[in-house]
Design a protein around this ligand. Structure first.
Ligand code: ATP
Length: 310
């Protein structure tokens, strides 16, 4: 059974379709990545899943039951890690966790035991008695994550949990999240970092302007480009246009055309050496051709015409 299912979830703010008919589901022990640029609709989606916002249309189903038929029950199985830090700077790490344990309904003794466990798991035991205001950015993010975990949620919603921290601190958090997956937690992970989605998520939904444009495992998304490799052609294109090259668009899918660079994927199953020969024989001065596995950025480019890195 899915821990979370969204069914044609929609929300508008005035003229803005912040979330437009978004449907996906997440199983136990799975990390589902919602990948999209700023303003794509990720936070609005999470806000509807946890009941902060009511959808205009569509439904959120948590562990088989519609959210709004029993919000308390649905909330009791989820943990939410908001993008903005939701911690008390003046309190210590231990006090923050214990506080959120009590909010989640744990008895005092239970909250203390669970806090000790989490401090250990988050590698914060030696800083447990320091005020959070003296923590590094990465440590604050870890406490922020811990605050959602006191009641051992089966479903964890993470809204860009690594924003603004250094690469090492990010790796620590990703490793911790992998541990939660291994213990059977279903995880929704929103991010605009391609590398995180590629390395961490079992399945990825690409969202832009409120719409889920594509969904699948990394290799399923790569296959949408027509294979597991793309060609990056650097050349002096002058006034040349791909449309004018005889039959080119029947044999290659254009992923991106920018000044001095053309990124294409072969259509159908084709010998890469033959593709390479054809590209080198184009009526332009080719400076370089490289072959690479398509990234999620290439997939995003093909879907939207824009780069996620811009
Ligand atoms: P970010 O990574 O920047 O948080 P996001 O993908 O989470 O982006 P949302 O915050 O969900 O995107 O925003 C989606 C769209 O809805 C944006 O155009 C945003 O400006 C708009 N929006 C979100 N909340 C509101 C609101 N309360 N009132 C009006 N517009 C809103």
């Amino acid at each position: 059974m899915s821990l979370l299912k969204t069914d044609h979830l929609s929300k508008t703010f005035g003229a803005i379709h912040a979330v437009d008919s978004v449907s996906f589901q997440i199983e136990a022990g799975e990390i589902y990545g919602l990948l999209g640029p700023n303003g794509a609709g990720k936070t609005t989606t999470i806000s509807m899943i946890c009941g902060l916002l009511k959808p205009d249309a569509g439904e959120v189903i948590v562990a088989g039951g519609p959210f709004w038929s029993d919000p308390q029950k649905a909330k009791s199985i989820m943990g939410i890690v908001p993008q903005e830090l939701a911690i008390y700077e003046e309190l210590t790490g231990r006090e923050n966790l214990e506080f959120w344990g009590r909010v989640a309904g744990l008895k005092s003794g239970e909250a203390k035991t669970r806090t000790t466990e989490l401090l250990e798991a988050l590698s914060l035991t030696d800083r447990a008695k320091d005020a959070v205001k003296n923590y590094s950015g990465g440590m604050k993010r870890r406490i922020n994550l811990g605050c959602a975990l006191l009641h051992r949620p089966k479903l964890l919603l993470l809204d860009e949990p690594t924003v603004g921290i250094d690469p090492q601190a990010r790796l620590n958090i990703l490793e911790f999240i992998r541990g939660l997956r291994a213990s059977g937690t279903a995880i929704l992970y929103t991010t605009h970092y391609l590398e995180e989605a590629e390395k961490l998520c079992d399945r990825i939904g690409i969202i832009d302007h409120g719409r889920l444009l594509a969904e699948g495992t990394l290799s399923q998304l790569q296959e949408r480009l027509g294979g597991d490799r793309v060609f990056v052609l650097e050349a002096d294109f002058g006034n040349a246009s791909v449309e004018a090259w005889d039959g080119f668009l029947q044999r290659f899918r254009v992923i991106q055309k920018a000044e001095g660079q053309l990124v294409v994927a072969a259509i159908g199953v084709r010998d890469p050496a033959e593709c390479l020969r054809e590209l080198l024989n184009l009526p332009i001065r080719v400076e370089n051709v490289t072959l690479k596995r398509p990234s999620l950025n290439d997939v995003f480019l093909q879907l939207t015409g824009r780069s996620l890195r811009e």
